[in-house]
Design a protein around this ligand. Structure first.
Ligand SMILES: [Ca+2]
Ligand SMILES: [Ca+2]
Length: 257
């Protein structure tokens, strides 16, 4: 009888200890994920990816540094957390992200279908302009709807451009017939680690120089420069195909000759 009681007490003690350990571990995990962390330009951390291979895009989840399959499309009707357009990209701020291991630049994005807009975060490891070109028809950059921005002396400059020529682009508002600057919100920051530009624009094309964001693979170019202006030539550029709705990103097929 006494042995049974001792055994019962032991079992109870072990169970209680296990419960305490489980609760502690759970609390620590929750605490870790709730710590606010800034994920600004950080060229060192993405280097964990396989060199030379563009990282597969995926949902922007805390503690999700590695490659993963494309995330499923957003649940219809589910609330979309809106990024904060403040020139900084916090961990988990955007629904999707893509890091290009070839040029060490990143793209973050969240679609807000209800508002009819897309939030974009462009991150480069350099101090000059960073740009995203949508649906260039080629050759080179021609035909691309370009969002370009830089930070100089603490001031943020962002433009809605169009590549009317093979290697040059002009602000929509300076083209003929005149287009519009359709950047709705803009912010940026720059420092030794690189440059961050955040913009919001409509999903739809607002003028003849804009390309719509549709639920398809869209050809895109991500590029940056070491010079903080709108006209210097890029130092690095990558071409991809991207579905902004599903998060799928693949290397772009070769450019037309
Ligand atoms: Ca932000
Ligand atoms: Ca425009």
């Amino acid at each position: 009888m006494r042995e049974r009681i001792v055994a019962l007490v032991l079992i109870l003690a072990v169970s209680a200890l296990a419960a305490v350990v489980l609760l502690t571990v759970n609390f620590r995990i929750k605490q870790r994920y709730s710590e606010p962390t800034l994920a600004g330009p950080n060229p060192s951390s993405p280097s964990a990816s396989a060199p030379g291979a563009p990282r597969t895009s995926g949902p922007e989840e805390p503690g999700d540094p590695g490659p993963g399959p494309p995330a499923p499309a957003a649940t219809p009707g589910a609330p979309v957390p809106r990024p904060v357009v403040d020139g900084r990209i916090a961990e988990g701020e955007y629904r999707f992200s893509y890091f290009d291991a070839g040029i060490h630049a990143s793209l973050y994005w969240t679609i807000d279908e209800e508002a009819g807009v897309i939030y974009l975060g462009l991150v480069s490891p350099a101090s000059g302009w960073v740009a995203l070109s949508l649906a260039p028809t080629g050759p080179r950059m021609k035909g691309g709807d370009i969002l370009i921005g830089y930070v100089k002396d603490g001031e943020v400059f962002v433009r809605d451009d169009y590549a009317h020529e093979v290697v040059s682009h002009t602000a929509d508002v300076e083209l003929s017939p005149e287009g519009e600057d359709n950047v709705l919100e803009r912010a940026g920051s720059s420092g030794p680690a690189g440059t961050v530009i955040e913009v919001v624009r409509p999903l739809a094309a607002s003028d003849a120089y804009d390309k719509p964001i549709t639920d398809d693979l869209i050809r895109a170019q991500l590029a940056y420069s070491e010079v903080a202006d709108f006209s210097s030539y890029h130092v690095a550029r990558t071409a991809i195909e991207i579905n902004f709705y599903t998060g799928e990103v693949i290397p772009a097929p070769p450019e037309p000759p």
